[in-house]
Design a protein around this ligand. Structure first.
Ligand code: 4NP
Length: 154
């Protein structure tokens, strides 16, 4: 199983999603591959935002080794499921992929908890620290649901 978490910058939300799901996958003894990417390249090569790193660390998860990269069309072939953090991210992924778009592989991460409600994980980038804690809780709950729902495959 290969899963890609996708947001805009790949420095706030999707690095948390990668770290949280990887942690759960390791705890479960599975060998799924979990990675993350962003639809823009403004932060390519950078580590996660310091507040994402801090919130992860407070929850026992180390994400400081991650480096941002841009989502590319071939990721749609490479991964089994791609979780977008928000609706605008899906729109950007569609724009990048053009006629190579694969609708069935891409899901809003919050749809795992609230199917068809089209809920976004809000972008904490412009706000203060509490926003990062809120985002962590949302993503953690969604990842827990992912673990419960996905078929156990290596
Ligand atoms: P993220 O947050 O998508 O959760 O990583 C953002 C970080 C940076 C930018 C946008 C969103 N930016 O445009 O620089």
């Amino acid at each position: 199983m290969k899963i890609l978490m996708v947001c805009l910058g790949n420095i706030c939300r999707s690095p948390l999603a990668e770290g949280i799901l990887k942690h759960k996958v390791t705890d479960a003894g599975l060998s799924w591959q979990v990675e993350s990417a962003g639809t823009n390249s403004y932060h390519t090569g950078e580590p996660p935002h310091h507040l994402s790193q801090k919130v992860a660390q407070l929850n026992g998860i180390n994400i400081c080794e991650q480096r941002a990269r841009r989502f590319k069309t071939s990721d749609l072939d490479e991964y089994d499921i791609l979780y977008a953090m928000s609706n605008d991210v899906i729109e950007e992924m569609k724009r990048i992929a053009g006629n190579k778009w694969q609708d069935k592989k891409v899901k809003l991460i919050m749809d795992e908890l609230y199917p068809s409600q089209q809920l976004d994980v809000p972008d904490p980038w412009y706000g203060p620290e509490p926003g990062y804690h809120d985002v962590y809780k949302m993503i953690e709950a969604a990842c827990e649901k992912i673990m419960q729902q996905l078929p156990i495959k290596n």
